[in-house]
Design a protein around this ligand. Structure first.
Ligand SMILES: C[S@@+](CC[C@H](N)C(=O)[O-])C[C@H]1O[C@@H](n2cnc3c(N)ncnc32)[C@H](O)[C@@H]1O
Length: 530
């Protein structure tokens, strides 16, 4: 039987290189809590615990961007904890501590915490540790505190169990992470190829979808997810019973789009509510309908008023942000002609018709990667429409503001906005003459990482030349100096940095173009802090 010491040894031997998870960020958790009628702690002044903090890839960026908050990470793998503490010290962080040991032993004196994050742990530990996680969280959670727990769920995992058994069968002789990964890719490729050629293959869709996702999923995640001896998915109704036993209650899902709040889903919601005698039953019906395989649930103390009957006005305390740009690039007019707004990578899109919503989305696109609180957003949008907010039309403003809330809630609920926040991020939306890269991104590049974490807690990938240009953004180099240094870089190492022969032949021109592009990318990805 696998014990805590086996788990610790496994992670001591193979570090779990992870990333920042936006859905676990206190800003996101506070936003969702507000929607469900809870008054959460201000995420800019709070105490956060992460269970299974590994190398601090999630917690360290949070700590850097909330200097007035306190962060604690606990992990059973001592070697990972030591490495996380070293990385935090290199960044000069004073508001973060890492404990080595099982969560079972974290004393009450370490708490209370306004936010507790348990991501990528719960389904992968023995049942007695699951119980211990919930009982420690009950003791360590502040009265209005929010606990985030992610876990694999049935019925979605019934299908993934098929994939898991195929992978484990094919990889039974594999021992290293690389061997396991190769065995995984090998069998998934074989089965998905067969699936494509065999329309009657019952698991066709499952393997086709999985093989498409394969390239984008990190090796450490895949090997962990499909080879772990413990991977115990739950029906959400079972999860509800577990938390109930610990005097905790369910709030909602951390991903706003997982909460089925769209206005056009009202009929489905009502039909499930009619069948359900409790919130737990309702959530279980939902999972059966969508065959959900994973949840990131928010939980709080039993007895706290949670109101799942969401009123759009609850989003008023949000700090609104959007990177969606109008396709026609024009200032919206005061009419109901539809305007489409799209993200730069075209993966997210919104069609707006209401004049105020169009104007609001336009203002947000101009302010990105900053935004506005609700009142400022309404004022800015009215200005764009060249309307004055006078005493005479105050009722009209109120009504329009409520319909703006409904539209914005729908846009959030469709997952079309890049983040959900309640306070402004620590970044700039301007490119100054002496641009300054965030200290975290600088350290991540210097450590040779492929992935950077933005000031919005998002993951950004960057090629080698862009990384070198980013490092030149010291806050003292002027843009001209950055271009000069880039020109030298291209002359000396252009080929090694992946530039083609044509670009290497015209180093000055290439440098000017590259610096322009990289500075705009750093700005838009919230990687500049000055
Ligand atoms: C799969 S990793 C997930 C890391 C990170 N939270 C993520 O999602 O990327 C699981 C982590 O939980 C830690 N862990 C496992 N059991 C634990 C326990 N009982 N107490 C504290 N940490 C534990 C492991 O050492 C490992 O770092």
């Amino acid at each position: 039987m696998t014990s805590n010491s086996d788990i610790a040894r496994a992670y001591d031997e193979a570090f779990y290189e992870s990333t920042a998870f936006l859905q676990t960020h206190p800003e996101t958790l506070a936003g969702i809590a507000l929607l469900f009628g809870i008054q959460p702690s201000n995420p800019a002044h709070c105490r956060v615990l992460e269970i299974g903090s590994a190398l601090g890839d999630n917690l360290i960026p949070m700590a850097l961007n909330a200097p007035d908050s306190q962060f604690v990470g606990v992990d059973i793998s001592t070697r990972q904890v030591d490495e996380a503490a070293t990385r935090a010290a290199q960044l000069g962080l004073k508001n973060i501590r890492f404990y080595s040991g099982s969560i079972e032993h974290l004393p009450d004196s370490a708490g209370p915490f306004d936010y507790i994050v348990c991501h990528g742990v719960f389904s992968w530990v023995p049942q007695e540790v699951q119980q211990a996680i919930l009982s420690r969280c009950k003791a360590l959670l502040a009265p209005q505190g929010i606990l985030y727990v992610s876990y694999n769920t049935y019925p979605g995992w019934h299908f993934r169990d098929y994939i898991k058994h195929a992978i484990q069968f094919n990889g039974k002789k594999a021992s290293s992470t690389d061997e396991k990964y190769e065995a995984l890719k090998d069998i998934v490729t074989l089965l998905s190829r067969h699936a494509v050629q065999t329309p009657a293959f019952p698991a066709r869709g499952i393997f086709e979808t999985f093989s498409k996702q394969l390239e984008s999923l990190p090796k450490s995640y895949l090997v962990h997810e499909y080879y772990e001896p413990f991977n115990i998915p739950l029906y959400v109704s079972e999860f509800m019973q577990l938390i109930e036993k610990h005097e905790l209650q369910y709030v909602g899902e951390a991903m706003l789009s997982d909460n089925f709040l769209l206005s056009d889903q009202a009929e489905l919601r009502q039909s499930l509510l009619d069948k359900s005698t409790s919130r737990g039953e309702y959530e279980q019906y939902l999972d059966l309908i969508i065959s959900r395989g994973f949840r990131s649930s928010l939980v709080t103390h039993k007895g706290l008023a949670v109101n799942a009957n969401i009123h759009p006005d609850r989003i008023r305390p949000f700090y609104f942000m959007s990177d969606l740009k109008p396709l026609d690039n024009r200032v919206p007019e005061d009419n109901t002609r539809p305007v489409r707004f799209k993200s730069a990578d075209k993966s997210r899109e919104v069609k707006a018709t209401s004049p105020l919503t169009k104007a609001a989305l336009y203002c947000l696109s101009q302010a990105w990667p900053l935004g506005f609180n609700f009142n400022d957003l309404v004022h800015q949008a009215y200005r764009i429409l060249r309307r004055d907010i006078t005493q005479a039309d105050i009722e009209d403003v109120k009504q329009q503001a409520t319909s703006l809330c409904q539209d914005m809630l729908d846009i959030y609920a469709k997952g079309q906005l890049p983040c959900l926040r309640v306070t402004p991020p620590l970044c700039t939306n301007q490119i100054s003459n002496q641009p300054l890269l965030s200290p975290l991104a600088r350290t991540q590049i210097q450590r040779g990482g492929q992935q950077l974490t933005s000031q919005l807690h998002a993951t950004v990938k960057m090629d080698a030349l862009s990384q070198q240009i980013a490092l030149l953004c010291t806050g003292t180099n002027t843009q001209d100096e950055i271009v000069n240094a880039t020109e030298q870089l291209i002359k000396n190492e252009g080929k090694a940095l992946g530039l083609n022969a044509d670009s290497c032949r015209k180093p000055r021109q290439s440098a000017e173009k590259a610096v322009d592009m990289v500075l705009e990318m750093l700005r838009a990805q919230a990687l500049l802090v000055g």
